[in-house]
Design a protein around this ligand. Structure first.
Ligand SMILES: [Zn+2]
Ligand SMILES: [Zn+2]
Length: 174
């Protein structure tokens, strides 16, 4: 990786351009607050895999919801973009069946049904708690958890056209 600060002259517009990340971040928080205010937060959601072997229940409101455009999520789902409802591990109960977990990078697990192959989770520790991100498409009522941000937007497939005005982060939100 080339360090731009060493390579570019001090007057380079690339260095003096306003840092968009700060404003994006603020917009993201505003958007997230609007989302929390405007969306009828589900108190309990249920879902499962295509064959029905695995069923889950998540209690309480999700911590957030968003799209991920990263290559790993695209491969795991076989879809051009993934959408997640974020919960803490304590909120999620596996009602029937057990997901198979694949460690896609150290400490990051992808859950799926070993029978029908449905992609079900992204699981990792964010530094504070264990998170279980459920694929929104596996919810019984996916309309109740609308995604409100795009992460890893820099990795998106260019022909995918999305018209929402949710914030777009080149990598993760952090
Ligand atoms: Zn299944
Ligand atoms: Zn991803």
């Amino acid at each position: 990786m080339i360090d731009a600060r060493k390579v570019l002259p001090r007057t380079s517009p690339l260095l003096t351009r306003p840092r968009r990340r700060t404003s994006d971040k603020r917009t993201g928080i505003e958007q997230a607050n609007r989302w929390i205010d405007s969306v009828q937060q589900p108190t309990m959601i249920e879902g499962g895999c295509l064959c029905g072997k695995i069923r889950y229940r998540a209690s309480g409101a999700p911590q957030g919801a968003g799209y991920c455009h990263c290559r790993s999520c695209r491969h795991h789902t076989g879809a051009p973009v993934a959408a997640f409802a974020v919960f803490t591990a304590e909120q999620v109960q596996w009602v029937s069946g057990q997901r198979t977990r694949y460690e896609s990078s150290p400490g990051v697990f992808r859950g799926f049904c070993g029978e029908c192959g449905t992609s079900m989770t992204f699981e990792a520790n964010d530094g504070e708690c264990d998170l279980v991100e459920l694929h929104v498409s596996t919810l019984d009522s996916p309309e109740t958890v609308p995604p409100n941000e795009h992460t890893h937007y820099g990795e998106r497939i260019s022909w995918l056209r999305l018209v929402d005005d949710s914030p777009r982060y080149p990598a993760s939100m952090k």
